[in-house]
Design a protein around this ligand. Structure first.
Ligand SMILES: Cc1cc2nc3c(=O)[nH]c(=O)nc-3n(C[C@H](O)[C@H](O)[C@H](O)COP(=O)(O)OP(=O)(O)OC[C@H]3O[C@@H](n4cnc5c(N)ncnc54)[C@H](O)[C@@H]3O)c2cc1C
Ligand code: SF4
Length: 514
């Protein structure tokens, strides 16, 4: 067969991957490359670039320590070829003994399509290996989806629990229920203070990368200061262990809570590491389940947490490949408004939005409910262009890769796919945000006012959305109660909702202060 060139992508930093395990340590070359094309096809948050470049550099060192032959291409190498294809081409030119190319399937449709052209462009065979880090293969998902009219996550999740025997007791879900949401999703009382997130001082490699990102990516979104994320597997394991010990017990209860100036709360902060390969879903789920067996965390928290990974994470990946390439262009509500400038600056009098965007800017992180019920809810109610919202979510978060970002944005927050993923649009008025956070206390708007200049914009935008999309949503059984309430509204109130919304949206479109 001849020696092979094995390309390891920046989100494939997992030693147990077959592409690494099956490599011939004497003859095969493992290639990792920091290339301009991948770093700039969207202008990723600076902290995301630091995280990935530093994690790649540390991982390359681990591979060398394990005895593999590694070729590492630094971003500022003089002859850096700028793209993965060209780096592969150059490596083949420099090593005549390399006869074929292997790569693990990428997480993005764009890159997979491009790799399908590689054999022709390189004049050599290119083998694309499955990614075994997920519980469900793409074939498994296809098989599950085939027989169904509606692709609801809940049913997929139950199948996964049964198939992999996770939180199961004698064929039944542990504790007798599949879902413990009734005990979860509480507001967080003011006297509760979550533990500090696990932080690491940047070592020499990370400091080098920070300098590089400041030099070459200064025009990218986000603040680079106080970088404290894990960049090695050992550090990522420490993040996981501290989560299981310190935050998992309260995870379920406060999973949907939001607090002024506190982005981290009782969340795990492991998506960065799961998605780039420093952690695997199996070890995370095993640790969470063991904590429940050992009596160290209650079932409502453990089930809620496992559902995010075994359910949502696996489901969105299957859904992405099942729905591409149409998903990226879906636009059920024909939404067209340009993304407002405040998504970049964070400047707005709406405190909830300001907080969530500032957290995003500072940390390349915001937790699920901030993304879903504040930024997402706002994007849907204001009918922002799905393509522009997708682009924003893909570049601002350090855990964002298209396979996981796109279903969450197009399917979950924008309902752009017309309900293939979500059973109804996730829309809410200000009272939901007020119930789940302390944001409204520090806001320029009044959450109790429904209309008028100082009324919370979510309040009238919510009813404007219901009013505008009646025809498209009237047959949705989950919207029945909402439409019933709307029908009881006086014509005068409807007129005020319409005019307040029009004035607000006009200001938003002109990037005037809101
Ligand atoms: C609009 C929108 C965009 C999102 N974009 C991304 C993204 O680009 N990358 C990403 O990893 N997650 C994304 N999510 C899901 C979720 O917000 C993040 O996974 C989570 O906030 C990461 O923080 P954490 O590790 O502290 O998560 P926790 O709250 O502690 O949850 C544990 C883990 O569950 C998984 N998870 C939870 N919810 C989801 C979900 N809806 N889809 C997939 N995995 C999930 C993640 O791996 C996460 O690490 C998005 C959600 C929304 C609403
Ligand atoms: S009043 Fe409205 S805009 Fe202000 S923080 Fe509350 S929900 Fe957000």
């Amino acid at each position: 067969m001849g020696a092979s060139l094995r390309l390891i992508l920046g989100d494939q930093l997992t030693l147990s991957l077959p592409i690494i395990q099956q490599a011939d340590k004497q003859n095969d070359v493992l290639l990792l490359a920091e290339v301009n094309e991948e770093a700039t096809y969207v202008k990723h948050h600076k902290k995301k670039l630091v995280l990935l470049f530093s994690a790649m550099r540390h991982f390359a060192q681990t591979l060398k320590d394990e005895g593999y032959v590694v070729r590492y291409r630094y971003f500022d190498d003089e002859d850096n070829q700028g793209s993965l294809l060209n780096e592969v081409k150059k490596t083949l030119q420099d090593n005549a003994s390399l006869r074929r190319v292997l790569v693990t399937e990428p997480g993005e449709y764009r890159l997979l399509k491009s790799m399908h052209q590689w054999p022709q462009q390189l004049g050599t065979s290119v083998e694309i290996l499955d990614d075994p880090r997920f519980y469900a293969s793409l074939e498994d998902f296809k098989e599950w989806a085939k027989a169904r009219k509606s692709l609801r996550m809940e049913f997929f999740y139950r199948e996964m629990r049964k198939k992999h025997q996770i939180l199961m007791e004698q064929g039944e879900p542990a504790g007798g229920k599949w879902n413990y949401d009734a005990s979860n999703r509480k507001a967080m009382p003011a006297h509760i203070y979550p533990p500090e997130p696990t932080k690491f001082e940047p070592d020499a490699i990370t400091q080098e990368v920070i300098k590089l990102v400041k030099k070459y990516f200064d025009d990218h979104f986000g603040n680079i200061g106080s970088f404290h994320y894990a960049v090695t597997r050992e550090q990522a394991l420490q993040v996981l262990n501290e989560f299981i010990e310190q935050r998992l017990p309260d995870f379920g209860k406060y999973q949907d809570a939001m607090r002024h100036n506190m982005p981290w709360l009782f969340h795990s902060h492991i998506s960065f590491y799961l998605n780039c390969g420093l952690l695997t879903p199996r070890e995370v789920i095993q640790q969470a389940e063991s904590a429940w067996h050992a009596g160290e965390a209650p079932l409502n928290s453990v089930e809620g947490f496992i559902r995010q990974i075994l359910g949502w994470r696996e489901y969105v990946r299957g859904f992405y490949w099942h729905s591409m390439p149409t998903l990226q262009n879906d636009n059920f509500f024909n939404a067209k408004r340009d993304l407002p400038e405040l998504f970049w600056s964070g400047h707005t009098n709406m405190n909830c939005l300001r907080q969530c965007i500032q957290d995003t800017k500072n940390h390349a992180y915001a937790h699920h409910i901030q993304r879903l019920m504040v930024i997402g809810n706002f994007s849907l109610l204001c009918e922002l262009s799905p393509r522009q919202v997708q682009n924003w979510f893909l570049l601002v978060y350090a855990d964002a890769y298209e396979w996981v970002e796109l279903p969450n944005v197009a399917g979950m927050i924008l309902y752009a796919d017309g309900g293939n993923l979500a059973s109804k649009p996730y829309i809410a008025s200000g009272s939901y945000i007020n119930k789940m956070s302390d944001y409204c206390k520090n806001c320029g708007y009044s959450v109790t006012k429904k209309t008028g200049e100082d009324a919370c914009p979510f309040n009238y935008l919510y009813w404007r959305f219901v009013d505008s999309h009646h025809d498209k949503l009237k047959h949705n059984p989950r919207m029945g109660l909402v439409f019933k309430s709307f029908e009881k509204m006086s014509q005068q109130k409807i007129d005020t909702v319409r005019s307040d919304s029009a004035a607000f949206l006009d200001k938003l479109s002109k990037n005037e202060e809101i």
